[in-house]
Design a protein around this ligand. Structure first.
Ligand SMILES: *Cc1c(COP(=O)(O)O)cnc(C)c1O
Length: 360
């Protein structure tokens, strides 16, 4: 096997080696069943046990209260952009959106198909380099939607915004879920595509409060009703069995690491080191404002796109891959999710220093 390199990709992203090794061992036969994990019926005993354990470990990891459902859906986080307003917004009804980047903008665009989203805050005025502190909520919004971490712009909410009245808080946590402790009881819905911090692409984790499961429309296609997935334990149709299995291994790995408090400590340590190196560098500059910086996606530039490109290939030659910033912002982006090893951050800092010296 060729050596693994440091993968800074924003998603699909690095997974823990231990998890990949365990999955590899179970590809041909899950335990002693003689049938590979991907070949088991989703209604059989072996997979049912995997599903139950994955859900139990998810609940344990985030102390998810009993009045929340844990669902494993498909269609990515992008399908939640429309599934949520489709269920909860009727024509003329308003939901408030806090717009902090491209993903939030996409969520607003989908909500417009079903109701009247109101943008209660936006950081568009400074190209999404910060998290807004002031909100202009509408009267009685059906829900408040925000994106906890802005994968493309490298900003992150330090804590969840306060929703007005009893409006449920809805969170797209695709790129920072379980990077730190989360108080699920403050939310109505938390959703995340798996491919950044939880597992492979193809499964979406949706944590949703019971009253919202019940409140969703019942005159839309079954596959789009949360109640149908909740009533059928995510097995109304064939769920993404391999993705659920792998996510389960990631949950086990997180628990073994010491849970979300410990992940938070590790993530802070990695990010603080990297931001400090950028701040100290005569060449590199962080793009996100200091108090809005993401623990997961560290975005930075040299100020010269040609020099950025040089650095990206210089780093790639040294085994650091995936550092190119999103095409809409340019520069560099180091995605350092839960599974990204601290040694990779040290190596990046070294290579940044070598690059600066090589350019005089
Ligand atoms: C990647 C990402 C998405 C899109 O996820 P898909 O699973 O590809 O639909 C949505 N929101 C955020 C914050 C993301 O990082």
């Amino acid at each position: 096997m060729s050596e693994r390199i440091y993968n800074f990709s924003a998603g699909p992203a690095v997974l823990p080696v231990e998890v990949l090794e365990e999955a590899r061992a179970n590809l041909l036969s899950l335990g002693d069943t003689g049938v590979g994990i991907m070949e088991h019926s989703h209604r059989g005993k072996a997979f049912s046990a995997v599903l139950a354990q994955t859900e139990a470990d998810c609940r344990k990891l985030a102390s998810i209260p009993d009045n929340y459902q844990v669902l494993f859906l498909q269609g990515g986080a992008s399908s939640q952009f429309f599934q949520i307003p489709m269920n909860f917004l009727e024509s003329g009804q308003t939901a408030d959106y806090l717009v902090t980047g491209s993903w939030s903008k996409k969520a607003v665009a989908q909500a417009k198909r079903f109701g009247t989203p109101h943008v209660a805050a936006s950081s568009d005025d400074r190209n999404f380099t910060y998290i807004p502190r002031q909100f202009d909520y509408s009267n009685d919004p059906r829900y408040v939607h925000f994106t906890s971490n802005n994968t493309i712009f490298g900003t992150q909410w330090a804590s969840e915004p306060e929703a007005p009245g009893d409006a449920p808080l809805v969170c797209d946590a695709s790129s920072d879920i379980f990077c730190r402790p989360i108080d699920v009881s403050k939310y109505g819905i938390i959703y995340a595509g798996a491919q950044k911090n939880l597992g492979p692409a193809g499964v979406t984790l949706v944590i949703i409060r019971d009253d919202l499961v019940e409140a969703g429309r019942s005159d839309i296609p079954e596959m789009l009703q949360y109640r149908i997935h909740a009533e059928n334990d995510s097995c109304y149709n064939t769920p993404p069995t391999f993705g659920i299995y792998l996510m389960g291994l990631v949950f086990k790995w997180l628990l073994k690491q010491g849970g979300l408090d410990e992940m938070h400590r590790q993530n802070r340590q990695k990010a603080e080191k990297l931001y400090a190196a950028i701040d100290d560098s005569p060449l590199f500059k962080a793009t996100a404002e200091q108090d809005s910086r993401s623990l997961m996606n560290v975005t930075f530039v040299t100020g010269n796109p040609d020099l950025d490109a040089d650095f990206i290939s210089y780093a790639k030659e040294r085994g650091l891959d995936g550092l190119k910033g999103h095409r809409s912002v340019g520069g560099m982006r180091a995605s350092i999710y839960n599974a990204f090893p601290p040694e990779g951050v040290d190596r990046l800092i070294e290579v940044m220093g070598e690059f600066v010296r090589s350019r005089g």
